[in-house]
Design a protein around this ligand. Sequence first.
Ligand SMILES: *Cc1c(COP(=O)(O)O)cnc(C)c1O
Length: 716
Amino acid sequence: MQPKVAYFSAEFGLDESLPIYSGGLGILAGDHVKAANDLGLPLVGVGVLYRRGYFQQRIHGDGSQEALYPQIDPAQLPVQAVVDGTGQPLYVAVPFGNRIVNLRVWQANAGRVPIYLMDADNDRNTDHDRRLTDRLYGGDQETRIAHEIILGIGGVRVLRAIGFEPDVWHMNEGHVAFLALERIREYSAQGVAFETALEAVKASTVFTTHTPVPAGHDQFSFELMDRYLGDYFWQLGADRDKILGLGRYNDKFNMTRLAVQTSAKVNGVSKLHAAVTKELFHKWSPDIPTQDVPVDAVTNGVHTATWLSPELRELYNQHLVYNWERHVADPLTWVKLEGIPDEQIWEAHQAAKQRMTDRLSLPNLQAVLTIGFARRFATYKRAYLLFQDLDRLERIVNHPDHPVAFVFAGKAHPADHPGQELIRRIAEVSQMEAFKGRVLLVENYDMNIGRHLVQGVDVWLNTPVKPMEASGTSGIKAALNGVPNCSVLDGWWDEGYNGENGWAIEGKTAGGRGYQDWIDGETLYRLLETEIAPLYYRRGEGQVPHEWVTMMKNSIRTITPEFSTARMVSDYWNKAYVPVAKRGARFTANHLQVAQRVGAYKQFVRNAWDRVYIQDIHLLPHAEGTLVQARVRLGKIWHADVRVEGVGSDGQGGIWKQELRPVTEYTKGEYLYEGVYGNRIEVWRQNNANVRVVPVSPDFCNDYELELTCWGTHWR
Ligand SMILES: *Cc1c(COP(=O)(O)O)cnc(C)c1O
């Protein structure tokens, strides 16, 4: 089965000419659809055509940032209007409170993969509504909910109008999660009950969460939800409470919560990020231990061909296997890299560097170790880390034998004042006499500038507060261009760093922010002074730094395959799209038979769960460890429909689990459960051990999807 996938995203970074992305999330989406095209997957993208896009940045002499929003004309963009069956422009309508907003549909292409983009700037709408889709992340909560209604509800309607029938619906971040409501509404309109519709929708949905920062998750007040969607709720076949319940958290409607509750698979974008996400979601259902919260990891990658310099591409064409671009994700493809003479790698890099300085109007840096730092100037990215000790930095940049230059670029969201303050500080330092020509600031960071930087600098620097960088991808773009990373071991770099392909800053997580900044800054200064600069300037014959080139080669060879979107999209295919497509098909076959059964069964379990009770727990010495006994009352629930297990702390931050079996039925629905845990539990650890009951079913997408757990409370 070749599942058809609809990939919904609020941003797509396809090309610098189409400014409908702000940063990492959009670039990732763009690279995802490009990789899907390379792999020949039947995937389509769904997004918004923002008529003024994300802002263009000007930085004034005093370092202040100006945000410009030039109007973009679809006629000048690589998009075409989608037409309906009669050749007329295609429109879809979405509900906004008691009015309707009409959306035109455009198509951009990543090869053969179409990306459908909606916008409201057409004469069927009022002047006010025409401005709705002007700016990406440009407004208040009202604009935000409007964009999300357009994305989620409008997006489903576009696919229906076009006749694309997805087997899998991929939510790229919670912004797009209203798509689940619209799909429930569709079923409801066909007379399907809410619980059944919810199961059918959930069975075929995949959700990728992207931010470890709690404040980064969209939430709307119930008042706003009512105002925008009050007239829509009743069309979903359930009452308002039930629908708001799908996203309810802390008396707000949380889009991430909605996405989790309407998806069969949830993943974070690196291993570390998945672990942090488990902690975050644990707060929503405290009965589920963090370790058990069902969040997978699919680590981000980048689209190699998009980010690779032409010079290196030429070298790879000559030296790697024929058609290497089709086998990027295979580590064997990169073995032959060793055979490329150091001189040639070095020359290719120097040429890319020259191009960077030419295009970005930078001074000549050919002979100077140049370090790049480019990203959104959110404060957790800590662009200021380097400036903590200006005297020391001055000695580093003006070292008589090993001078160092830094190139900074990045936008701060117009509402992010601390972020703009950072830009001002960098501008200020760059104008100090001691740092002239050594600390450089490039304005208007976008895909084009990003590409020049990741290809042209010598080292890529990233200094986030661990673990706030969910993945990061710019360092991967640098690595595949032979630009080693010097970064905090966060996000992808925590997986990518191997001791020989760049430099690591531990990233303190204990202590206060001030202490973390100081100690991570110390590490950074020390690495620059004692390792990075000396290695770069250690030259052999013909001025080629052979040891440095070894580092470049290690970086390319170890990082390019593993952190490619070719590997990433294959992972999504195998771990998410194929199983979820099968699940969706199974749930909807025979008029949604399985969805109906599972929906009804869950209701039964929810209603009967109140009566589940654990009466006594005994931990007894046993020849093979510890005998765990519990008296469990299940009431109406059959013993085969639950899992009973001993669970305890292993004393090292993890948990142990031991499944227990029913050995005696005392009275109807009341059992003695037993199991032998293969370790002794010291007395002092016994109050860290407990017994729990969870409902299980082969039809559940995981053991915790009902978020029902009964823990023991009685002790002996
Ligand atoms: C790759 C890229 C990003 C994301 O990079 P991070 O590592 O997350 O900072 C942001 N903006 C642009 C223009 C990019 O090319």
